[in-house]
Design a protein around this ligand. Structure first.
Ligand code: ZN
Length: 525
């Protein structure tokens, strides 16, 4: 008979924060299997490890904290962005060839080559590239290399054949004088080529692998995978079954995939590594594109105020069905008018704090709406790094409404369950960039929003709490985000103590080691 021994690991001689609210630090921690068995003094941690025959890791006085939980990540798009060949700044067709060659060498597992960012204006040869320039370096795989603008792409011969675009007659399929297509396609044929190659789907398994290794590297031990579609979900299931999930994933499916998933899975499915948590719906757009739905027109374009992407009846039907089925719901609402609908809906459906009904982004929020979110016990899932990226936001909403934007401190003070996240790849996954943004609120970058609303900066301990316990609450996971007995043994060892550095230095903190369930999943060189 085979015996599976529980792996026991003791971490000693550390400064280990087990929780940020209340603030608690210990020197010793013992993890048995997935869970923390003991958090307390060194001597006892050592005794337990010796008694159980466990491994002992000396932290040599370094700081460790619970693994970061990122409540809102697009794991598939993040992975795809990591797997894409970066062609920005390529200065010749010869260099283009070299970059492809190197990529093929380093990524032998990839079955389609996707590149992005080339610009023929920068090429020494002063001409557009053709498929004949790249055929011999693409390793026999189909390749699609998208121009920096996204409106043109170069396909190699294999991709041209697989997509059938060689036979399409259009001025957007560029041909030589003798009629042979050169491999350059433009406008709608760029997307068509991606679709016909099934590029995203063929790279899903590799994308998710890259994304989870990348997360481990940044100390992110659990994610809410939002807008997960059925293909991505099936890929996750396959990995889960093979024990290939490195980080913990909580999946929020988009509506049609959610219905499909329900045909073969029952609510409550999952274990420590993979769980289907619920449904994700997008109700409005973004402030950048002026498609977020505001209650008053945009300050910098009074002719628009955004609009909802579905009608209220439809929204109510989809959300009601998910809640009745025992699932959690997450609704994207960036503008305050979209938020009005979500709050009305949650009230009509009588959501309880236990439902942990999520609202994604909550970017523009009026004071009375803050009270209503708190009253309903809904969870605000926010992305503090938007403060830096949306440096223009005051122009969009005007100075009057600036106090309604990214009102993180007010949310926390009024008692709203607040979860931090990045929306990666929309914002960088690095938690220290998010912490820096939440704590300094753009003062280091001099963004206008900080000048008008410095009081909305969050203190570092609150920020760490929202990024660990707060976000695990949003994922309906009561075992992540802390290192108390019974919690997951997910911890990250840091180059510095975030509670002791100057706020501006938060973004320089590095992850040295990441442990998930007591197992080392990343170590810096
Ligand atoms: Zn998102």
């Amino acid at each position: 008979m085979q015996v599976n021994l529980l792996k026991v690991t003791a971490f000693v001689n550390g400064k280990i924060y087990t929780s940020f609210k209340p603030l608690r630090a210990v020197r010793g921690l013992v993890v048995a299997g997935e869970r923390v068995l003991f958090a307390g003094d060194d001597a006892k941690a050592l005794r337990i490890a010796r008694e159980l025959g466990g491994e002992i890791i000396d932290l040599r006085g370094r700081t460790a904290i619970p693994g970061f939980v990122d409540a809102h990540v697009h794991l598939d798009s993040l992975g795809l962005s990591l797997i894409t060949l970066d062609l920005r700044g390529v200065s010749s067709i010869e260099e283009l060839r070299q970059r492809i060659r190197l990529y093929i060498e380093r990524n032998p597992d990839v079955d389609v080559v996707i590149g992005r960012g080339w610009d023929q204006e920068l090429f020494a040869e002063k001409r557009w590239p053709t498929r004949w320039d790249i055929d011999d370096v693409t390793g026999g795989k189909p390749a699609i290399l998208i121009r920096v603008c996204g409106h043109a792409a170069l396909l190699n011969t294999r991709a041209l054949e697989e997509t059938g675009l060689a036979d399409v007659r259009s001025p957007y399929i560029v041909r030589r004088a003798d009629g042979e297509p050169t491999g350059i396609v433009k406008e709608e044929f760029v997307k068509q080529a991606m679709d016909r190659l099934g590029a995203r789907k063929r790279l899903l398994a590799q994308s998710i692998d890259r994304a989870q290794r990348f997360a481990a590297k940044y100390g992110v031990t659990e994610v809410g995978f939002v807008s997960c579609d059925i293909d991505a979900f099936r890929t996750l299931l396959k990995k889960w079954r093979r024990g290939e999930l490195l980080i913990r994933v909580r999946a929020y499916l988009e509506p049609s995939s959610f219905d499909e998933m329900r045909r073969f899975l029952a609510p409550g499915f999952g274990d420590e590594y993979l769980r289907v948590t619920g449904l994700k719906i997008i109700l409005d757009g973004s402030l950048g594109a002026r498609t977020a739905w505001l209650s008053e027109p945009y300050n910098d374009d009074p002719s628009v105020q955004g609009a909802p992407l579905l009608d209220y009846g439809e929204l109510k039907e989809i959300v009601g069905r998910a809640l009745d089925g025992g699932y959690q719901v997450a609704i994207h609402a960036i503008g305050d008018a979209a938020l009005d609908w979500v709050l009305k809906l949650y009230k009509e459906l009588e959501v309880k704090p236990d439902d942990r009904a999520r609202i994604e982004h909550v970017s523009v929020v009026r004071p009375e709406q803050l009270k209503e979110i708190a009253r309903l016990g809904a969870v605000a899932v926010v992305q503090p790094h938007f403060i830096i990226t949306d440096w223009w936001v005051v122009k969009r909403v005007g100075r009057e409404r600036a106090s309604w934007v990214y009102a993180f401190r007010s949310m926390i003070e009024i008692g709203i369950k607040t979860a931090f996240s990045t929306d990666a790849p929309v914002e960088p996954l690095d938690p220290f960039l998010t912490l820096h943004a939440a704590v300094t609120r753009g003062s280091d970058e001099g963004v206008e929003l900080w000048k008008l609303t410095p009081h909305e900066a969050v203190d570092v301990r609150e920020a760490l709490h929202s990024y660990t316990h707060g976000s695990s609450y949003a994922l309906c996971d009561d075992y992540a985000g802390r290192l108390e007995p019974g919690s997951y043994g997910d911890l990250v060892v840091l180059s510095n103590d975030p509670l002791e550095v100057e706020p501006r230095s938060l973004r320089d903190i590095r992850v040295l080691e990441t442990y998930i369930g007591g197992k080392l999943v990343y170590a810096s060189e």
